[in-house]
Design a protein around this ligand. Structure first.
Ligand SMILES: O=P(O)(O)OC[C@H]1O[C@@H](O)[C@H](O)[C@@H](O)[C@@H]1O
Length: 239
């Protein structure tokens, strides 16, 4: 059904970059927050790489991961050690940037994803959202997608329930549990390598990679465990 194996009864969708075009809003907010930090730290300790934040940095260290994991992962990749107060300050600066853009520009859902959600609902495929973002509820609401979703696991659930963030499978496993199905009966839809890794680690029945960036992303998704890679969910709908 809908491009998925017959045993799949539940669809677990990541949100930013899968259903809504907010991955770039996150990525821009991160760039502004990290670049302000890097510029200010111009006289860093030896071995620190203080060059500006790049799209590659986002994809490798931040994309799909909970907010604080993203800060820690990126700083570690640059050889920068800071205490928790600094980690939290960068995270807060990023969130302020993200919320400001959201308030200014709103949120748009990918038309192909909305078509897929409607087709899924019509076909009786049950729907949950599994996102690392603490802004998941607000983004779903702003995009007009809340009513499609039976359960939501988000960045707040991850903190409250002490789950490990993606690339660990915990948040997806919690999604399947809330939906009352085994991982083998659920499909994971992801645009981040960390999320594809989470789907593969949880032994989900099918892992769909959505390549929104091009370049080597599709190849990297396959290597991370995606069963199929498409550039839009539309590609899974009957022609
Ligand atoms: O800062 P938030 O809204 O809690 O989001 C955390 C992460 O959520 C993920 O969904 C995004 O892919 C990341 O870019 C983002 O950093």
């Amino acid at each position: 059904m809908l491009g998925l194996p017959a045993q799949i009864t539940v669809a677990l969708f990541d949100l930013d970059g899968v259903l809504t075009s907010t991955a770039t809003v996150h990525s821009d907010a991160w760039r502004r927050a990290f670049d302000a930090f890097l510029a200010e730290r111009s006289a860093g300790a030896a071995g620190e790489d203080l060059r500006p934040f790049t799209e590659r940095d986002y994809l490798d260290h931040v994309d799909g991961r909970p907010r604080l994991d993203g800060v820690r992962g990126f700083l570690a990749s640059r050889g920068i050690a800071v205490d928790d107060t600094v980690v939290e300050a960068i995270a807060e600066a990023k969130n302020a940037e993200f919320l400001a853009t959201l308030a200014r520009d709103g949120v748009s859902a990918y038309p192909g994803s909305v078509r897929y959600l409607n087709a899924a609902r019509a076909a009786g495929l049950r729907i949950a959202v599994v996102t690392s973002s603490k802004n998941g509820a607000a983004v779903l609401e702003a995009a007009g997608l809340t009513s499609f979703v039976e359960h939501r696991v988000d960045g707040n659930t991850i903190v409250d329930e002490h789950l490990r963030g993606k690339p660990a499978p915990d948040s997806y496993l919690r999604g399947a549990e809330l939906m009352g199905v085994a991982p083998a009966n659920a499909a994971v839809f992801e645009d981040a390598i960390s999320g594809v890794q989470a789907g593969a680690a949880g032994r989900f029945g099918y892992v769909v990679g959505i390549d929104r960036v091009g370049g080597s992303q599709a190849e990297n998704m396959t290597a991370a465990g995606a069963d199929i890679v498409v550039t839009d969910l539309d590609a899974l709908l009957p022609r």
